[in-house]
Design a protein around this ligand. Structure first.
Ligand code: LLP
Length: 420
């Protein structure tokens, strides 16, 4: 469900024609729908309304201050994985007591920053990290609240790059040894063990991996409690998938039906870290056709957005639906085309062999489902300024991040004196 649709022959975000924004802001740009963002957040939140919970939005999916602010105003927290994400979450007004911090490589500085902020808890990924957290907390004279991240060895049946809960993945502590890790953890002077964390992967379209991982997690919680280790929080991670093409992931309500009763029994506060399911289909990347080119083999649609703006197709071979902004184009003859950007490598594409209406120079396309891991994974490769982000609300829109300038591209660079 999203608020992108044709109105009066034009593809619109809510009530605003994308062509109007393109005229005023230029292309390419990311466009987000406020109504969709809020709706997805609320649907997820309400699905778990019967149990005490916090929705800690996964900032890596979309870290725009304005987007984070929407969730913070709706009562959300944040799942962060770096000092930079923590900085953003706090700037967006997310209360520190609703922030959880995961990631296998937290530095001492980042640990200090999080302790100073007073976050809810660290999701700890190794025994050495535990030593570092204890030591930094000791220096500061505080106690660090932690959950240990358990790797339950459950196959999320998703792309190998975004599967995180298998033994071969770098994440979390092995299910077989995590109990021992808890025994260590409770002995540290400056650590307060309060939770269990798991996150098995992303773009998961089945319920069973969530249930399997949860069953293992709950066994662990029971064992810990029987030993007098007081677990107050269960962090379920994120991972619920969305429809890019024809996937049929469970609705948050269906997921809740399967897991909420199991969670309710624990009496714990449950943390969820959804990213993609909240923002993925709330955003599109709008781009203009620069040229078309036909050779013996292929039709190429050369557009002004590239792999530096949206890395997912190149990196994961992911499908992103492409919609012509002018509705007239939809009924044109279909061609099979590669939609490619201006970057100088053959891996630069937004779609391969895509059967789509024949588009012409100057026309606009909307690359759909780009609200998650779109802008956040963008880069300056080929010295391309990063594109603006626009937030539509009803019949208005705001630029929530400006297009970078050439000056921005060289910001912070210096010539050594012998080259000056
Ligand atoms: N919590 C943790 C600890 C995570 O590592 C992640 C995602 C999430 C929550 C949110 O997962 P979500 O609900 O969005 O599935 N760049 C990839 C996705 C990487 C996901 C990394 N971790 C992509 O574009 O598909």
């Amino acid at each position: 469900m999203h608020h992108f649709e044709y109105r009066n022959g034009e593809y619109c975000c809510e009530e605003v024609p994308l062509s109007r924004i393109a005229e005023e802001v230029g292309t390419p740009f990311y466009c987000y729908s406020h109504a969709t963002l809020l709706r997805h957040f609320t649907v997820f939140d309400e699905a778990f309304g019967a149990i005490p919970h916090i929705i800690c939005f996964a900032v890596k999916a979309n870290s725009s201050l304005a987007v984070l602010r929407i969730f913070s105003k709706a009562g959300g927290g944040a799942d962060v994985v770096s000092g930079g994400e923590l900085y953003r979450a706090l700037k967006a007004g997310i209360p520190p007591e609703k922030i959880v911090y995961a990631g296998v490589g937290k530095t001492r500085n980042e640990i200090r920053q999080a302790l100073e902020a007073g976050i809810l808890m660290f999701n700890v990924e190794s025994s050495q990290e535990l030593i570092a957290i204890d030591s930094v907390a000791g220096e500061m004279g505080v106690k660090a609240p932690v959950a240990l991240r358990v790797n339950p060895d459950v196959d999320p049946q998703t792309h190998p790059y975004i599967s995180t809960g298998l033994k071969e993945n770098k994440f979390g502590m092995s299910y077989n040894t995590v109990l021992k890790e808890y025994h260590h953890a409770v002995r540290f002077d400056n650590i307060d063990v309060i939770g269990v964390h798991k996150h098995i992967g992303s773009q998961i379209t089945l319920i069973s991996p969530f249930v399997d991982a949860l069953e293992k997690t709950l066994d662990l919680v029971r064992q810990l409690r029987s030993e007098g280790i007081d677990i107050k929080y269960i962090d379920m991670g994120g991972g619920l998938g969305i429809t890019y093409k024809d996937e049929a992931p469970p609705h948050p309500k269906e997921l809740a039906q399967s897991i909420a009763p199991m969670l309710a029994e624990t009496g714990c506060t449950i943390i969820f870290e959804p990213g993609r399911v909240i923002v993925g289909n709330a955003g599109a990347l709008i781009s203009r056709v620069l040229y078309t080119k036909v050779n013996e083999e292929k039709t190429f649609l050369i557009v002004d957005a590239a792999m530096n703006d949206l890395a997912r197709p190149s990196l994961y071979g992911s499908y992103q639906h492409i919609v012509p902004v002018e509705e007239d184009a939809v009924s044109r003859k279909k061609v099979s085309a590669d939609v490619v950007g201006p970057i100088c490598e053959s891996g630069d594409f937004l779609a391969k062999d895509r059967v789509m209406p024949e588009l012409r120079r100057g026309e606009l396309i909307a690359v759909m489902s780009a609200g998650a891991y779109g802008f956040t994974m963008s880069s300056n490769y080929n010295s391309r300024p990063r594109v603006p982000e626009v937030l539509v609300k009803g019949s208005d829109y705001d630029i929530i991040r400006e297009r970078e300038t050439y000056e921005d591209l060289i910001k912070g660079e210096r010539l050594p004196s012998y080259l000056a």
